[in-house]
Design a protein around this ligand. Structure first.
Ligand code: 4NP
Length: 151
């Protein structure tokens, strides 16, 4: 079983999409996918209604997800931890205990060589268009990730 954790700030916009999209592309028998936020703002909340809507529009139901905060034990519980942006990456790295933890953490977009800016833009303060862009960017990157994991 390979265990993958997607992490953003609030765990209501970007990482729930990455969680749902990757989960839809891998077998539940071999992969466990989850998501978390570095901040505590939205613990227990469902994803943002705009993330739920863009996912639904693309045939994916992420409405049952519930936000939680990243915790140090996630370094033990997961094999790969993907940060949606550099700020999330720094926040996760600030919690590492040893080099084994550091090695598990990567920027999600490092998987996508066609994207120069390695930050998945935070769509929270924007409009629906931002969510569509993020959905497509995460989908494209998850396809590359699935290929990489399969090797
Ligand atoms: P996310 O977006 O990190 O992609 O879930 C955000 C959600 C909420 C807030 C910021 C970003 N907030 O400040 O409440």
């Amino acid at each position: 079983m390979t265990r993958i954790l997607m992490v953003c700030l609030g765990n209501i916009c970007r990482s729930p999409l990455a969680h749902g999209i990757l989960q839809s592309k891998v077998s539940a028998e071999h992969y466990y996918v989850d998501s978390a936020g570095t901040a505590a703002y939205h613990i227990g909340n469902a994803p943002d209604r705009r993330s739920i809507a863009v996912a639904k529009h693309n045939g994916l139901d992420i409405s049952a997800q519930s936000a939680r905060q990243f915790k140090t034990s996630d370094f033990d519980a997961f094999d790969y931890i993907y940060a949606m942006d550099e700020s999330n990456y720094s926040d996760i790295i600030s919690l590492v205990r040893h080099t084994g933890d550091i090695e598990k953490v990567n920027l999600f977009l490092e998987t996508n060589p066609s994207i120069q800016n390695k930050n998945v833009p935070d769509p929270y303060y924007g409009n629906e268009g931002g969510f569509e862009y993020v959905f497509d960017l995460i989908t494209e990157t998850c396809d590359l990730l699935v290929k990489k994991l399969g090797k």
